[in-house]
Design a protein. Structure first.
Length: 569
């Protein structure tokens, strides 16, 4: 930490700058918070984390790490009607997977329920809070608008003694849900609606996932959030922009209670096109079975992205690239996919697989003979080494790699044309076998034995190299091809009276059975990432069984011919 302060003072800190980082640097220069940097990531355990949370994780944990500070993981668990242990466990797993290092600092707002209650009592005694008997709908109606002041509750003038008594009886469970609340006495005419006597406590006769039935009143998020930061000694409370209007309320509570005040800084939320990030909408997708679960690879959840094969390194690089600002916007999903593709290009081993197999018989290749071809695992990583791939008389190639009547600019296999088999030989198509419906079901080819390894000693060139799998050694597999879950850039943009699910993409998942893979994938562990040459990046799914892998396509490659063909249609 001392070295960092020297670097800051000398202006030699070289990390990419943003306005939050600049604020922290200035605070370190002036000695604010005694040179400490302590942040927190405070999710509510009412759903799984998504890509929007990834930006907050990257920012909070990244800044703490850069400046030699700490970052807590704290669950703001103040609403037992929506919270579950499943969500807590998934959040812990996702934060660790993304690289958030909270060590042993896992906290819960529920850890502070006793202290928060005492502080509420203190505010009542100071005349700063009162028990209100209005219903939630009545409170809402009397709140006012942006142009009109709110209406004071008829219970605002309750005595301190009566409010103390009623609040204690609320805690004791004497009243029904929704019959009373504790409200702060601030200003019903404030231009900031959050300061118009906000609710601090409500009655919820609902067991809590950690405290059980100990409490039947629960603090609101707004009452618990700032005080939890203060209890934990947070120095920089980093929030998304929707909390900017709540900051005066947090400050009011902290000032009235006379406790330490962290510096709250707001930044823009991460939004992606073709995606919804509302927890309510994501929950609907799960509950109504539009997806298979929170970790469905089409979901924008971190668990879904992990199952799809995204890497934490790619997500962090993406977050770093988009940075932080004070203006909300929409980020292209294609940019995230670029970083995933770029990261996997460096780390994923190359293998060969055929999704829609077409049988090829090399008629002049000796029957029963098997050769082992030397294949490069990753041309981007010299240390990745090589592997042996079996080659035999009968192979599978992709159906799209053959055209009986090839159009212009199509250079793959066709009658009389010679192509290169990756790591194998040059072959020439000499015949076509069709079924009773005229569909091509088999190719007859010849090979040039002098071209082993894919090079011709006479120097002749071919215009295309295609991948293949030995039929005798192929592993049967299922491949799942994913597209965007929604068919339009803004899924929430729907006509009045319609639900966002009308924009679901009916082609977001294609399951392809009968795929053929090289034998090295027969026992590949779940979570292993590969590039299927010329097909894209894939990950082994947990649904795999021994000898029968299931692959999820993480992200595709750019196919030159596919682009040419699309332009001609």
């Amino acid at each position: 930490m001392a070295e960092l302060k020297e670097e800051v003072a000398a202006g030699s800190v070289s990390a990419p700058s943003n306005f939050i980082r600049d604020i922290i640097i200035e605070d370190l220069k002036t000695g604010k918070y005694q040179g400490r940097v302590h942040t927190r990531f405070p999710p509510e355990p009412n759903g799984y984390l998504h890509i929007g949370h990834a930006k907050s994780i990257w920012l909070n944990f990244g800044l703490a790490a850069e400046f030699g500070g700490k970052c807590n993981l704290r669950f703001d668990d103040t609403n037992p009607t929506k919270e579950e242990v499943e969500y807590v466990d998934s959040i812990i797993e996702d934060v660790r997977w993304l690289g958030g290092d909270f060590e042993d600092r896992i906290f819960y707002a529920s850890d502070y329920f006793g202290q928060l209650y005492d502080w509420a009592v203190d505010l009542i005694r100071k005349g700063k809070a009162y028990v209100c008997d209005l219903s939630a709908d009545e409170v809402r109606r009397q709140r006012g608008t942006l142009t009109e002041p709110g209406e004071e509750s008829p219970y605002r003038s309750r005595s301190v003694e009566e409010s103390l008594d009623l609040f204690a009886r609320m805690k004791a469970g004497e009243f029904a849900d929704g019959s009373r609340t504790l409200r702060a006495r601030i200003d019903m005419a404030s231009p900031n609606l959050n300061l118009r006597d906000p609710v601090m406590y409500r009655i919820l006769n609902q067991p809590h996932h950690r405290t059980g039935s100990e409490w039947c009143i629960y603090p609101t998020y707004d009452f618990a959030h700032g005080q939890s930061d203060s209890i934990e000694g947070i120095t920089h409370s980093i929030c998304t922009l929707e909390f900017e209007d709540h900051r005066p309320l947090y400050d009011w509570y902290l000032t009235q209670l006379g406790i330490s005040r962290p510096r709250q800084i707001e930044f823009d939320r991460l939004n992606l096109n073709y995606t919804v990030l509302s927890k309510r909408k994501l929950l609907k997708l799960v509950q109504d079975r539009f997806v298979s679960g929170w970790d469905d690879p089409r979901m924008p959840t971190l668990s879904g992205m992990r199952r799809r094969g995204y890497t934490p390194e790619a997500i962090r690089a993406f977050c770093s690239r988009i940075g932080v600002s004070k203006t909300n916007g929409i980020t292209e999903l294609a940019l995230l996919e670029y970083f995933v593709r770029d990261d996997l290009n460096r780390r994923a081993h190359r293998v060969m697989g055929v999704m829609r197999p077409l049988r090829v018989v090399i008629e002049n290749y000796p029957e029963g003979q098997v050769e082992e071809m030397e294949a490069v695992n990753n041309p981007e990583d010299a240390g990745a080494g090589t592997r042996k791939v079996p080659f035999s008389r009968v192979l599978y190639i992709e159906q799209d790699d053959f055209r009986e009547d090839p159009p212009k600019q199509y250079f793959r296999l066709s009658p009389g044309r010679e192509v290169r088999l990756r790591y194998g030989y040059f072959i020439t198509c000499t015949g076509v076998v069709k079924d009773d419906h005229g569909n091509v079901v088999e190719l007859r080819c010849s090979y040039d034995p002098a071209t082993r390894g894919g090079n011709a000693p006479d120097g002749r060139k071919v215009k295309s190299t295609i991948h293949w799998v030995s039929a005798r050694h192929a592993v049967d597999a299922q491949v799942r091809l994913y597209e965007t879950l929604f068919r339009c850039e803004n899924p929430s943009d729907v006509p009045e009276g319609q639900d966002f699910t009308v924009n679901l993409n009916p082609h977001s998942l294609e399951v392809v059975d009968g795929c053929k893979l090289e034998p090295s994938l027969a026992a590949a562990p779940a979570g292993t990432r590969y590039q299927l040459e010329r097909l894209g990046y894939f990950v082994v799914d947990r649904d795999s069984t021994p000898g029968h892998p299931v692959l999820n396509r993480t992200v595709g490659l750019r196919d030159t011919w596919a682009k040419i063909e699309a332009k001609t249609k």
